[in-house]
Each structure stands twice: as C-alpha cells, then as structure tokens.
Design a protein around this ligand. Structure first.
Ligand code: AMP
Ligand code: ZN
Ligand code: FE
Ligand code: FE
Length: 278
C-alpha cells in the first residue's frame, strides 16, 4: 500500500495559523507527509519562498489559497490550487480582500466598543498578514473580555452574533473566474460547513473543478455524499486537515489527506504553467 499522504488544507502565520510556513513544512516532514499545500485565508504571502524550503526538506508542494466568498448571502470558502504564482489577477483579488478586511475589522471593533469592549486597531494590525476574527478574538482574551476564542465567537463575533458584520462581500462566481484566470483550479472548501443544502445545490451549478471530500474528523459516512457528487460531476476530490496550529487543536496537521494520484493531478497542473509537466 502507498504511504503517500498530502495535506491540502492548512493555515500559517500569513493568516490565522500559529506556525510559520517553514514551521508547517518542518512539522509535515516530522509527520512523514509527502505532499502539502498551505492555503492561507485570502493571501499567497507564504509563496514562493516556502516552495524552495519544502524542496530542501523533501516535501512536494502545490500553491494554494482559501478565499472568503459569499453566494446568495451565505459565506462560502473557495480553495484555489496550482495557479501561477506571479499572476496579477490572484494578487489583485488578495489586495481587495486586505482592503475589505481592514474596513470590516474596523466595523467589528466599533461594535465591540459599543458593547463596552474597546480594542484599538493597532492591537490587531500585523503587517503582511491576513487579519481575521481570530486575531480580534485573541485581543478580546488579552483584554480579559472573554476567556477563549470559542467564547468570543459564540457570544460576540461569530456569524450573525451582535458584534459581527461581513463587510462588502466578494462573490463566489467572481472568485472562481479569477482563480481560473490565474491558471488555477477552484474547489468548494468543507461543504459540510455550508449553512444550507440549497446553497450547496446552487454551488454545484457553478464552474468549480472539485470539492473537498476529506476533512478533519470525517468518518467514511461523512465523506460519502461529497465523493458521490464529485464522481458524478467528474470533479477533483480534495482533502486536508484545515490545520491552524494551537488555535484549533482539534485539527492536527495530516489528520486528513489525499493520495498520490490526486496530488499528482494538482502538481502536473501547476508544472504545466512552466512547461515542465510530462
Ligand atoms: P474571518 O475570515 O476573519 O471572517 O474569520 C473566519 C475564521 O475564523 C475562520 O476561517 C476560522 O479560522 C475562524 N473561526 C470561525 N468560527 C470560529 C469559531 N466558532 N471558533 C474558532 N474559530 C472560528
Ligand atoms: Zn482560519
Ligand atoms: Fe474555511
Ligand atoms: Fe481553512
């Protein structure tokens, strides 16, 4: 039996993970993983440096990203893989997200201040990183407003809670188009976390290339419906842990993965941009 395992979904300190890209590669190497994609929220800042480092550690990597999108008013995460790293469309989309997040985060801070939990913008602004609600949650803990990240989300900043606002959304359809323009493949991330089945059904009519079928803590019965959909549509069946480090201890790196054939499809797609595919 093949021992090849590739984790295609994890987050570094370039977004809301706690390990740097190089530390993730080291961790993957220690765990005996063969392949990896770091999929930070709305940024590809980990690349290209991490590709060179991974090579020195014998880990094969394909570029990845997880874009925050909205479809019919619902939050939908879209994974992009194997795009050209110097593509202006992907970089422009990432810059738009930085701006969107900056405004959205300020609105959330205003709502928190209204609820007697003031936090200064400087406390959450780290240069070159995607700033998200987990950073706001950490600042809330530092101030003693809440005891845990979970509590911050459950009581205040989770979707639909009193201090949450989504800011100006970027659509799922536009995101798929931009990933394709960048030469990449667009995948529905963690479909089981999408709020309603009708949104999933609507997404199945969009121009995706795959769906995440393997995920942290999935049993075979949890994977089954997504595998069935992917097979029917001849889509890629991707998977990964959604590792974030210590902020999400229930998702250890390598706890969910794809085999060599799926990873090789992504790798060859990436290499084809540079004329080195077989
Ligand atoms: P943002 O992209 O800034 O809207 O923040 C969303 C991110 O926050 C997600 O991608 C998760 O990493 C994290 N998150 C969402 N809900 C929770 C929760 N209930 N507990 C902890 N982290 C969460
Ligand atoms: Zn995250
Ligand atoms: Fe996600
Ligand atoms: Fe994720």
């Amino acid at each position: 039996m093949s021992t090849f395992r590739a984790d295609l979904h994890c987050h570094s300190t370039c977004s809301d993970g706690t390990l740097t890209p190089a530390e993730i590669v080291d961790h993957a190497s220690t765990l005996g993983l063969s392949g990896l994609s770091i999929t930070d929220h709305d940024t590809i800042a980990a690349y290209p440096q991490v590709l060179d480092y991974a090579q020195t550690k014998g880990i094969q990597m394909v570029p990845g990203v997880e874009f925050s999108t909205y479809h019919k008013g619902e939050s939908v995460h879209v994974l992009g893989y194997s795009f050209r790293l110097n593509d202006p469309s992907i970089l422009e989309l990432s810059n738009r997200h930085t701006e969107r997040r900056m405004n959205r985060n300020l609105e959330i801070l205003k709502l928190l201040a209204k609820h007697d939990m003031p936090i200064q913008p400087e406390e959450i602004n780290h240069q070159d990183h995607t700033i998200g609600r987990p950073h706001i949650a950490q600042a809330m803990i530092d101030h003693g407003y809440v005891e845990s990240i979970q509590e911050a989300f459950q009581k205040f900043i989770g979707d639909g809670k009193c201090c949450h606002t989504r800011g100006s959304p970027i659509s799922t359809e536009e995101t798929i188009d931009i990933i394709h323009r960048g030469g990449g493949l667009a995948i529905i991330a963690h479909p089981h976390l999408i709020k309603s089945r009708s949104i999933v059904d609507a997404l199945l009519n969009l121009k995706f290339d795959g769906i995440e079928c393997h995920y942290a803590r999935f049993l075979p019965k949890d994977e089954k419906p997504w595998i069935k959909i992917a097979t029917k549509k001849s889509w890629l069946k991707t998977g990964g842990s959604d590792f974030h480090g210590t902020v999400k201890p229930a998702n250890p790196l390598g706890c969910s993965w794809v085999e060599e054939d799926t990873f090789n499809l992504l790798l060859k797609h990436y290499q084809s941009h540079y004329g080195s595919a077989e």
